[in-house]
Design a protein around this ligand. Structure first.
Ligand code: ADP
Length: 485
């Protein structure tokens, strides 16, 4: 099965969130099951700098905003990838420093419409083997709004590959103005409510939903939620009408990177059958980063972790509202890592300054610390208002750090609340609240902390999480059946 993956980021070359993880892990899982993969990425400056040897496959000229844009297509073998990477090298659009989507002040690059329209045009050309490489994919699998136009450009091509479009987060719609539509010479018949048009502008995400042969999203619950007004960002009606081709396939996690018995970032290793002393050593080391002395009393008090983007989606405002109460009423300590909206960064930093021996905050992106927090914490907070799939709760389950989550999307599909019934059938692996409000969150953290005081029960909850398979192998099987449908 020849499959062309098209995406705007891929771990470890360029990653801003879960999308990057999936675009690394899923094609590897597919390749392990026999698929013949090429992954197409934009040639950002930081990405090109990481490449050693590249081969020029050819040049493609496609329509840009002000005439023809020439893109050089590069092929490289990167040690972290078992299949070739194809890179769209187009310096005017991608050779710039910083984030793939936003400039240094956090605003969208003003030419994003052109950048990703050109990227999609090139992808559609390669999907038709425009460079005569004798490699024609059976399937083109595109991801998120940045690649939504790929399926649209291919829709009218007579002998074309099947197109699959995956929504990793419906909150990012790739919305642009009518002026961009005109400048980019997008086909005029796309300009309709049945096409790309969306409230006077157009949406690249909508293009993927309308024109792809199959649309997937990253958990079964999220696939249902996005068909409702509450989660649908105005696209719920469209998604409901396309339910016949909409599939929810749960992401896996990379169990070679996220494995507490081998994780190279951890000072001590542990497993489901022998959680301690390994996990406790990780807790000690984590606390030791922030405290001068870590005595038995400190080690025994619960340590609560959080890693993630500091944005409203992730329920950071609930965490901020709950923290003072938890500090007053419990002996818990907190270690929080993230970056995002300035207001949340400032408020968290202030709380850390006010409680220097109980609240530890790192603002920024820190992969090793993320691993250390997953392993060293006792409890993990992930109270997202919505969560297409979520990776951190799966990491925390695997690291024996039960998560506290709101019942939504992928969180609902992976975390089983602790109660008498789920303890009895050994499925309890975390703590789930049902009402999207700070009181419910707080009650659930209190409930989790009470359970933490019962070591035998706690161990069963940890083991249930650690024993659950989140392997990509299973998800890859679902995608392969979809490809061949
Ligand atoms: P999202 O894609 O919405 O950001 P996910 O939970 O699906 O959320 O994936 C987030 C990924 O990014 C995880 O791999 C997580 O460990 C990582 N991550 C997020 N913020 C940070 C951070 N500040 N430092 C290190 N890793 C982070």
């Amino acid at each position: 099965m020849k499959t062309l993956f098209v995406a705007s980021e891929a771990y470890p070359l360029v990653k801003t969130g879960g999308l990057g993880d999936v675009v690394y892990s899923l094609p590897h899982a597919l390749a392990a099951r026999g698929a013949d993969i090429r992954l197409l990425l934009p040639g950002y400056r930081s990405l090109l700098r990481q490449l050693d040897q590249v081969r020029i496959l050819g040049w493609l000229d496609v329509r840009g905003a002000e005439g023809i844009v020439s893109a050089r297509i590069l092929e490289t073998r990167h040690p972290d990838f078992t299949f070739p990477l194809w890179i769209v090298d187009c310096p005017p659009l991608f050779d710039r420093s910083g984030n793939p989507y936003v400039n240094a002040s956090g605003q969208d690059w003003p030419d994003n419409a052109e950048r990703f329209a050109v990227f999609a045009r090139v992808a559609a050309q390669l999907a038709q083997d425009a460079l005569d490489l004798d490699w024609q994919p059976h399937v083109v699998h595109a991801h998120d709004w940045q690649t939504g136009l790929v399926a649209a450009f291919l829709a009218d091509v007579p002998t074309r590959p099947k197109t699959v479009f995956t929504i990793h987060n419906l909150a990012y719609g790739g919305y642009f103005a009518h002026g961009d539509f005109v400048r980019l010479h997008l086909p005029s018949h796309w300009w309709s409510p049945e096409g790309l048009e969306f409230h006077g502008g157009f949406s690249m995400l909508k293009a993927g939903i309308v024109y792809a042969d199959a649309v997937t999203t990253v958990s079964p619950t999220y696939a249902q939620e996005i068909c409702t007004p509450e989660f649908g960002y105005g696209l719920d009606g469209l998604l409901l009408s396309r339910q016949y081709k909409l599939h929810g396939i749960l992401n896996g996690i990379d169990t070679s990177i996220w494995n507490p018995s081998t994780d190279a970032y951890l000072p001590a290793h542990y497993s489901m059958s022998r959680i301690n002393p390994g996990k406790r050593r990780n807790k000690q080391a984590l606390l030791g980063r922030f405290l001068e002395t870590v005595d038995d009393e400190v080690l025994q008090a619960p340590l609560i972790g959080l890693v993630g983007r500091l944005v409203e989606q992730k329920g950071i405002d609930w965490v901020l509202a709950a923290l003072p109460v938890l500090l007053a009423k419990t002996d818990a300590r907190f270690v929080l890592l993230g970056s995002g909206q300035a207001v949340y960064e400032q408020k968290l930093s202030r709380l850390a300054r006010q409680n220097p021996d109980r609240v530890f905050v790192e603002i920024g992106y820190d992969e090793p610390l993320a691993h250390a927090i997953e392993a060293g914490s006792d409890l993990f907070l992930m109270p997202s208002r919505f969560e297409p799939c979520g990776l951190n709760q799966m990491y925390s389950l695997r690291y024996g750090t039960p998560p506290v989550v709101f019942r939504t999307g992928g969180l609902a599909d992976t975390v089983v609340d602790t109660n008498t019934a789920t303890l009895a059938d050994a499925t309890a692996n975390g703590f789930v609240f049902e009402t999207p409000a700070v009181e419910a969150f707080l009650d659930t953290v209190h409930r989790a902390l009470e359970t933490y005081r019962q070591p035998a029960v706690w161990r069963r909850i940890q083991q249930a999480g650690m024993g659950r398979s989140f392997d990509w192998h299973d998800s890859a099987g679902h995608y392969l059946s979809l490809y061949s449908m």
